[in-house]
Design a protein around this ligand. Structure first.
Ligand code: 0X9
Ligand code: ZN
Length: 424
């Protein structure tokens, strides 16, 4: 090894040790407050607070009476925040008293696994680095028949976004699309998609439902959609959400789940906001490229699912408005979501709230579920919030990856049965 290589090696070791899974950005003294509005008035009040404090990080926005609002507040902002959010009767509790402690605990608990990656020793119960996930995708596709890698789009920083394409039958023309990791810090989402891929492929031929799902549809499953953000959330900032567009003059990052082209334009115009919508619809390569890719399937595209965390929701359009705007497929979207939820619930007894994303959660323009339904014309278009309901939030322990995947796998089988019955 030459001197330059040696120095480079030493540098990499130092960087890896220093910043490893802990991140450079620190959250010492940051608190997450939990506020549960008990009346319509309190809910309106909290919505007003969220509108006024646009650049605060609401881990969970105000949705409905009785459902908690989680908001992370820096030490410098805490007094002001509590003062301006307070009103008689409203209870403000501290859920996380020091976010950095939680990050450190998570890093310490993360299971160490071997460096060499192939499908045989890949650890499905871990939050893996993107490099490991990529190596796994390569290996998994080359070691399973009918599985290949397909490029879906490109990221701002030039990474190719790949999905695994599972095509067991040459005659299948219908396509089912699933993506994870659009929001960087929601680590259980990529982990769930990876586990689903493995469960689908390894149960093909032995489980009748999975076999017919894979025989009748081409499945395209993208574990990490926002690669730049995911990497950044591992190395630099555990709480990163957006992509890594530097946004000339201001904070970095566009919220990819506000940048799709259906009813784009009502989310934040502030570059520092967590829901910054970008300069125009599809301004981000992640969004524009994946639209072109998905459009190429035309009416063969029959399913669009975007996995997030946390909160346990299974939601259908419309998401852009808080009003219940009629659309012809709502009853079917709702009926299928309820069946899916029953299957999820039967595995580990976890409830997922089923509803229409805008009215039942909160309005968000340029979101994925509206893109799937409104722009791509896919009837079964869902946005899903995985575990948990607010015990660990984004920092769901790795021991919960498997049960999450198991319940979602059961839900997906119910969904798959419907797809086969309706379209095959
Ligand atoms: O706000 C989002 O993008 C999603 N929640 S998250 O906490 N994972 O960021 C939810 C989007 C669902 N759609 C609407 N509420 N309209
Ligand atoms: Zn999300």
């Amino acid at each position: 090894m030459g001197v330059v290589q040696l120095l480079r090696f030493a540098f990499v070791v130092v960087i890896t040790c220093q910043f490893g899974a802990h991140g450079k950005v620190r959250y010492d003294g940051y608190k997450v407050f939990r506020i549960t509005p008990r009346t319509q008035d309190e809910l309106k009040w909290m919505q007003g607070v969220a509108d006024r404090w646009e650049t605060l990080d609401f881990w969970k926005h105000p949705t409905k009476v009785g459902r908690p609002v989680d908001v992370m507040v820096s030490p410098a902002q805490q007094l002001d925040f509590v003062r301006s959010a307070s009103r008689p009767g409203l209870e403000i509790t501290t859920w996380i008293s020091n976010v950095q402690d939680m990050i450190d605990r998570e890093a310490a608990e993360m299971i160490n696994s071997k460096n060499e990656v192939n499908a045989a020793n890949f650890d499905y119960n871990k939050y893996n680095t993107y490099e490991k996930i990529f190596a796994w995708m390569n290996d998994f596709s080359s070691s399973h028949s009918g599985v290949s890698m397909v490029q879906v789009t490109t990221t701002y920083e030039g990474e190719r976004v790949y999905g695994l394409r599972i095509a067991k039958s040459p005659s299948a023309t219908n396509v089912a699309y699933i993506q994870g990791g659009i929001h960087a810090r929601e680590w259980v989402s990529p982990a769930t998609v990876i586990n689903l891929i493995n469960m689908f492929v390894s149960n093909y031929g032995s489980d009748d439902t999975v076999t017919s799902m894979l025989d009748n549809f081409v499945w395209i499953m993208v574990p990490v959609y926002n690669i730049d953000g995911y990497k950044f959330s591992r190395i630099e900032d555990r709480m990163w959400r957006k992509n890594r567009n530097p946004n000339t003059g201001g904070c970095a990052g566009v919220d990819l789940n506000r940048n799709y082209d259906y009813e784009w334009g009502g989310a934040s115009k502030s570059k520092c906001a967590q829901d910054y919508q970008g300069t125009e619809a599809l301004s981000e390569p992640e969004n524009s490229g994946s639209k072109a890719f998905l459009q190429s399937f035309g009416s063969n595209l029959k399913l669009f699912i975007d996995f997030h965390s946390y909160g346990q929701y299974w939601l259908y359009p419309w998401g852009y408005t808080r009003f219940d705007v009629a659309h012809p497929d709502k009853d079917e979207q709702n009926a299928l979501a309820i069946k899916v939820e029953n299957s999820i619930n039967s595995v580990h007894n976890k409830n997922y709230f089923v509803g229409e994303s805008g009215p039942d959660m909160y309005p968000a323009t340029g979101g994925s579920e509206d893109f799937g339904y409104g722009s791509l014309g896919v009837k079964y278009s869902y946005v899903v919030e995985l575990r948990d309901e607010g015990t660990f939030g984004f920092e769901l322990p790795e021991r919960q990856i498997q049960p999450t995947a198991e319940e979602i796998y059961a839900g997906m089988k119910t969904l798959g049965q419907q797809l086969v019955a309706e379209y095959a």
